[in-house]
Design a protein around this ligand. Structure first.
Ligand SMILES: *[C@@H]1O[C@H](CO)[C@@H](O)[C@H](O)[C@H]1NC(C)=O
Length: 432
């Protein structure tokens, strides 16, 4: 991400050298949002996004614990007493892959998990905590593997979740926990007068999407329940003899507290019974097991869970037919990555650009141009002809151009917005 090289390049004056333009084309693919899929997010960025006015971590409380076997009660690990003696701690039997888990009282950004243990009473016992994984909301956030036992230790986590699980791969091992403490910040949710609202979805996957890009058919907001109706398709994973489960997963734009999931069945003769039996999962945790001999056309399923994705899973081997999926609930209240105000359409002259600094010639999104200009500490940015990105501290020397005829190019990634025109900039003010 942090290429001193391209920052220096960007600060050179454009237009000019073709070489420079080519270099910019090459480098522009490195300029991406920090919070997009699969990229590292720093702790500072988490705190900025959850709008924390201070970065002191709060203690977050756990409840509703469970563990793989109950030889010592799981709640001894969340009784708010750190007494590092075997009898005062939760413990599983000596077994294969022991685990312990608990829910957070409220969904939160978790920054760390602190674990207190006690010496095991028998030298022959093996501690599962020498090798374990912290799972938070279905993703592994820390893997610990050490020869020696610890007494108290803090593990970084960095995740939005409402659930923590400690899980060991060991055989014949005891998981004994005197106290599990979680730190971070509780998340805020959008307040909605009318209750749950539709949650924006970002992308999808399915059990066969590595072969066929078909999950999009349950994701395209075409609510027809007969395949081929209005020329649109449903997601269709045929049944087969293998005992594989067919599934479809939809990822949310932001983490959300889900309340309901609405499914649109495929009502053709072939397929209408495919949703008579399925399970529904939020971040891999099953919240519903549907079994009904009668097919439904559309149906709303209740499921209150916090997470980043919802998954519909078929009975093994049965296939899956699903025309559309909608999710309702409360979105996590996060500060936007960037905030801009549209100012207007302004004429330009390539000999002396109105906004002084051209930073990219590749196809641009509003947010990408925004971020590039923000990094250069500029006050304004302008998109021209659907692809150029200019940054500057003043604009308007060639006057305003009249919309809607001027600045008539639509942006590639958000077609409802304008991205300039021929020698015309759609100018935005950088607010955040
Ligand atoms: C789902 O929740 C709503 C309230 O949000 C309730 O009216 C409805 O009866 C519930 N449905 C089922 C099947 O539990």
């Amino acid at each position: 991400m942090h290429h001193g090289g391209w920052m220096r390049l960007l600060s050179l004056r454009m237009p000019g050298s073709l070489l420079l333009q080519l270099l910019l084309l090459l480098f522009s693919c490195e300029i991406h949002a920090t919070l997009e899929r699969g990229t590292f997010v720093s702790r500072e960025e988490y705190y900025r996004r959850i709008n924390a006015d201070n970065t002191n971590e709060e203690r977050l409380y756990l409840e509703n614990c469970a563990q793989s076997s109950d030889t010592g009660h799981c709640s001894l690990a969340i009784d708010n007493q750190i007494i590092q003696e075997w009898t005062q701690c939760s413990s599983t039997a000596s077994e294969t892959q022991p685990w312990w888990n608990a829910f957070l009282e409220t969904p939160a950004y978790v920054s760390k998990v602190v674990i207190h243990t006690a010496p095991l009473p028998d030298a022959a016992m093996q501690s599962a905590l020498n090798q374990f994984i912290i799972y938070a909301g279905g993703t592994a956030c820390y893997r610990h593997n050490a020869a020696a036992s610890f007494s108290s230790r803090s593990f970084p986590c960095d995740v939005f979740t409402d659930f923590i699980e400690l899980s060991s791969d060991r055989k014949d091992a005891v998981m004994s926990l005197c106290e599990v403490e979680v730190y971070g910040k509780a998340l805020a949710f959008q307040e909605l007068e009318n209750g749950a609202a539709e949650i924006a979805l970002n992308y999808c996957s399915s059990s066969v999407d590595w072969q066929l890009n078909i999950c999009k058919h349950a994701f395209d907001r075409n609510f027809a329940v007969f395949n081929g109706e209005h020329g649109k398709k449903c997601l269709d994973i045929p049944s087969d003899k293998s005992a594989e489960e067919a599934w479809m997963r939809a990822y949310f734009k932001e983490s959300a507290l889900v309340k309901h999931v609405k499914l649109f069945n495929r009502m053709d003769k072939c397929c209408k019974n495919s949703l008579n039996h399925f399970t529904l999962h939020i971040n891999y945790y099953k919240c519903l097991d549907h079994n009904d001999a009668n097919p439904f056309v559309t149906k709303i399923f209740n499921c209150t869970r916090f997470g980043q994705h919802v998954q519909v899973v078929s009975v093994p081997g049965a296939g899956l037919h699903l025309c559309q999926l909608q999710v309702f609930g409360y979105s996590t209240l996060l500060r936007p990555k960037e905030l801009q105000k549209y100012i207007g359409c302004y004429k330009d002259n390539p000999k002396q650009p109105d906004l002084e600094q051209l930073v990219s010639l590749t196809f641009m999104s509003i947010s990408k141009c925004h971020r590039m200009c923000k990094r250069l500490n500029k006050l304004y940015f302008g998109l021209q002809n659907g692809r150029l990105c200019y940054c500057g501290n003043k604009f308007g020397r060639y006057g305003e151009a009249k919309e809607p005829k001027a600045c008539d190019k639509r942006c590639i990634y958000s077609k409802s917005k304008r991205c300039g025109g021929h020698y015309q900039n759609s100018v935005y003010e950088i607010i955040l």
